[in-house]
Design a binder for this molecule. Sequence first.
Ligand code: F6P
Length: 359
Amino acid sequence: MKKIGIMTTGGDCSGLNTAIQRIMTGARLRGWDVYGILDGTDGLCVNPPAVIKLDDMLLPIENARLAGSFLHNGRATALNFETAAETGRTESFNKQLRKSLRALQFDALILIGGNGSLSLAWANREIYRDLQLICIPKTIDMDIPLTDRTIGFDTAVQQLTTFCDQLMLTARSHHRWFVVQSMGRDCGMLALHAGVAAGASAILIPEIKFDINKLVEHIKKSNSDYGIIIVSEGITLRGHSGRPADMISRKLTAAGIVNRTAFPEHTQRAGDTTATDRILATRFADCALNAIDNGETYVMTVLECDSVHTIPLAEFVSSGDCVSDPKIPELMTSNAYVSPDNPLLNIAHNMGIYIGEQK
Ligand code: F6P
């Protein structure tokens, strides 16, 4: 009988509980014991480690659709990879994690994380050398290379789309525009998808240069006096500072375009998990359990052309656009962005959406 652990780290998103619940179900059908580590790595920094044995009473099926992580994702201020690096305690922190995992005697650990967590897992792989490490990618940002989707993205697109749908009605009533700022860090996937879904008039993303005068012209030339402009939180406007939506809003106001800003913020990480995300979480959970059966380690699950399978973590790290982490200079995080040949860009342009100056 195997003993496996599950840990959720990094920012939360909807779909984590589905993944946890499905892993628990599949593992228990195999006769394995499943433990959840509480609060991400925080749970490994206490003695004894903070874990709970998972069963149907603790995480019933009806709760699997809820956002957030039933296991929590950890406190930003706690001792973690970032704060340990900042205070020169990386070595002792890593030792502590390895010691706790050894004490727990896990055969395998399923780590559900974003690109930061996955890059960290590879950089500090020694921590996991006594067990099988299987990673599952999750993030609303969709900035993880080599997988067509991450858990949480579809729900975030739905949340942001619904937010814009609702604003569209008040925008219409008052003949004015809304500049909606999306999350996504420096990746424009979330803004692009929700913008197309909501029928935005313009979508500004970090990957594509835009011309503010062209945006103004586009809006003035449109046959509408209301609508939605989505700006990704990662865009910049030379010579301006502050929140991107505020910068764009000021420019529009100066050009005589009546507008307001709106910030959906963390609601993009919340909301009941969409069916698409639940199916993805279920497929990733099944794939992760099969990987444990097959004796794999240091792998991550990916969705590629509708096939779910594992790839080596090393491949994920080497294939992305690696940038150093401002908080952990020695860590290179593997990033993905909206590719210039993403078909949605062209489609958005053909539908009359201003997406910048790539054409
Ligand atoms: O990476 C997920 C994400 O929600 C980003 O889109 C956003 O920039 C960031 O996390 C927000 O982080 P926090 O929860 O620390 O405010």
